[in-house]
Design a protein around this ligand. Structure first.
Ligand SMILES: [Cu+2]
Length: 626
């Protein structure tokens, strides 16, 4: 099946409104659907069972002189999901062939080494561009060369080994998703996104961490082309507003629940849409954790504004409901979205009379005090610099202070919007002057605290560590953060992925002098390599780049397989409602092969080898070097 760019742009049922290069948004418009597919063939809410995404089994886990590690082989490959009631399969592309990607569970302090292999077609079959990828672990302070830098791409047939240490990452819900230059929207929309949960003793004492009471909710909206394929209409590059809401790949699912406390980790992985979730019948949830992990204290809220890439973790106590009752998670929406007949719903819970295991101390626990974090102790007086970023549409381009990622490319990746020193505390103001848009702004590397919105205190539910800041129309938001633990260049961008791609993304540098050679060049330091290791691939070397080869007979070397230490491992498909499309057995680790002594480095797509090749280097840690 072949799509031209033009036919793709015409897919939306409302495409007539985009004719003429309309650049002024229409605000909130309610219509039947965005899909071109016959409406009678579209799914309806609450007809399908909830599905837990599969759990990603590591290729290897263990401990060496650098600490605990887990390696993964993440094959990016074609995937299908059954969304339409007709049974027609939706063709997408996912990590390990799953949409959304399998959930990765890691205990804090574990060093994750992930080989991401691009096993995708050379050209995206629906959208027609070279299908290159770059993988970002959103919420982790990875070194620049492992941060999914947009222009650090992996071509089909190549792989890149990402070093994702977690010693500086408190327990939180991260997500791994694609970040490839100018095509992040299509890549994520096609399915390249999954949750990545870092666990720790603090959260375990306070919150459910076991399936099925700790529930990942990855929420996206999609639209359908006339033939039942994915539709993709960005309305003159303003945003994608689908009419079908998927939770973990299932349209408006229903989850049977016991009468106890559940923890939900809601990730908005939508290209553009923001939500305003609320319970129906009216009730409240207890917000406990945000992008950067636990809040200092929980907050009872009835609704919250939830933009792309934001993570909100909340508790719901279903003991307050009678068996047989249905409780819906609805969507009140926000300004500057486009809503359709069923986008006011997300999913539902059916309260059961199944007995509750009260020996689990979290069954009725709604903690008040949670955990403080360094970023939440920062105060305005500690800031040494103030900066201001203006987010604006300018001549059809989305810009930050008038600049775009193309400007960064044209500068040889040198241009920055700010250059804080390592360890500096700064206050930045994000300004959205209006025009009918909201911008969820993501600063890489650091957790942030919101100080104020338009001079007023942040919303209750925002009183915790964040890495995506919702900047609504005509809003000015002050945030504070401490720059570290790494030096180098990092992206900052709008997480409306259509804005990001066209081209609302710039970068800042941390701890680098203007003419200093960057020891962690995000593109040249450790680029992707050609990968001819067959379909399943070979596990990466767990040892840090440049470390001497491992003595395989040494103590503490890894034990392979699932079930080794990660909470929830192997249990992902055991919850109620499992077995729907998108679920399956835990993803099997690739077959182990004898380790090659020498790392497979050679002619990569960029033709450059890693720096420091052959020289032992200390493990990648929190301390800057150079
Ligand atoms: Cu934006």
């Amino acid at each position: 099946m072949e799509f031209t760019r033009r036919s793709v742009l015409q897919l939306g049922g409302l495409s007539v409104l985009t004719v003429g290069g309309l650049s002024v948004p229409l605000g909130q418009v309610v219509a039947d659907s965005a899909s071109e597919l016959d409406p009678r063939l579209l799914p309806l809410p609450y007809r399908r069972q909830f599905a837990f995404p599969p759990v990603f089994a590591p290729a290897e886990t263990g401990e060496d002189e650098f600490g605990k590690f887990a390696t993964y082989v993440i094959n990016e490959r074609p995937a299908t999901a059954q969304v339409l009631p007709s049974g027609q399969l939706l063709a997408g592309f996912g990590y390990a062939g799953s949409v959304p990607g399998p959930t990765i569970h890691v205990e804090r302090g574990t060093r994750v080494v992930a080989k991401v292999r691009n096993r995708l077609p050379e050209v995206h079959p629906l959208f027609g561009y070279r299908f290159q990828t770059s993988t970002h672990l959103h919420g982790n302070p990875s070194l620049p060369e492992y941060d999914g830098y947009a222009s650090d791409v992996t071509l089909p047939g190549s792989s890149k080994v990402y070093q994702w240490p977690s010693e500086n990452t408190s327990a939180r819900t991260l997500w791994y998703h694609d970040h490839a230059v100018h095509h992040t929207a299509e890549n994520v929309y096609s399915g390249l996104a999954g949750q990545f949960q870092v666990h720790g003793p603090g959260e375990r004492a306070l919150l459910p961490t076991q399936s099925p009471f700790d529930v990942p909710l990855t929420v996206v909206d999609v639209m359908f082309a006339e033939n039942g394929d994915l539709g993709f209409d960005t309305r003159s590059e303003s945003g994608l507003w689908g009419d079908v809401i998927l939770v973990n790949g299932v349209p408006w699912p229903v989850l049977p629940v016991q009468r106890r406390v559940y923890r939900f980790r809601m990730l908005n992985a939508s290209v553009s849409r923001s939500y305003r979730p609320t319970l129906f019948p009216a009730g409240s949830v207890h917000m406990v954790a945000l992008d950067g992990g636990l809040m200092p204290r929980s907050r009872e809220v009835t609704a919250w504004r939830h933009g792309s890439a934001e993570r909100y973790e909340f508790l719901v106590d279903f003991a307050q409901y009678a068996p047989g009752q249905r409780v819906e998670l609805r969507n009140l929406s926000n300004d500057n979205n486009r809503d359709f007949d069923n986008t006011d719903k997300i999913m539902a819970f059916d309260v059961t009379d199944q007995p509750v295991d009260t020996s689990d101390h979290t069954w009725n626990l709604i903690p008040d005090t949670l955990a403080n974090s360094e970023v939440m102790t920062l105060t305005r007086e500690m800031a040494v610099v103030r900066r201001r970023l203006e987010f604006k549409r300018d001549g059809g381009q989305w810009t930050i202070n008038g600049r775009t990622w193309d400007d960064v490319i044209a500068s040889g990746f040198r241009e920055v919007v700010g250059n804080p020193g390592l360890g500096d505390v700064e206050v930045w103001t994000y300004q959205n002057g209006g025009g009918g848009w909201f911008h969820p702004v993501h600063m890489h590397l650091v957790d942030q605290q919101i100080l104020s919105r338009n001079g007023r205190p942040p919303f209750d539910y925002e009183l915790g560590p964040k890495d995506v800041i919702y900047v609504g129309e005509n809003e000015s938001v002050d945030i504070i953060m401490r720059f570290g633990p790494n030096r180098g260049r990092y992206m900052i961008h709008c997480h409306n992925l259509v804005h990001e791609d066209h081209d609302m993304m710039v970068q800042f540098s941390v701890g680098l002098g203007a003419d200093e050679v960057d020891p962690h060049d995000p593109i040249a330091t450790d680029p992707a390599q050609r990968d001819d290791d067959g379909d399943e691939g070979r596990a990466p070397d767990a040892r840090p780049p440049g470390a001497p080869p491992r003595d395989n007979s040494g103590p503490g070397s890894g034990s392979a397989g699932p079930g080794s230490g990660s909470p929830g491992t192997g249990s992902g498909s055991s919850g109620p409602g499992s077995g729907g499309p998108g679920t399956g057995p835990a993803v099997a680790p690739p077959k182990k092969k004898p380790k090659k002594k020498k790392k497979h480095k050679g002619k990569g797509p960029k033709g450059k080898g890693p720096t420091g090749k052959g020289k032992p280097r200390p493990p990648r840690g929190p301390r800057p070097r150079g």
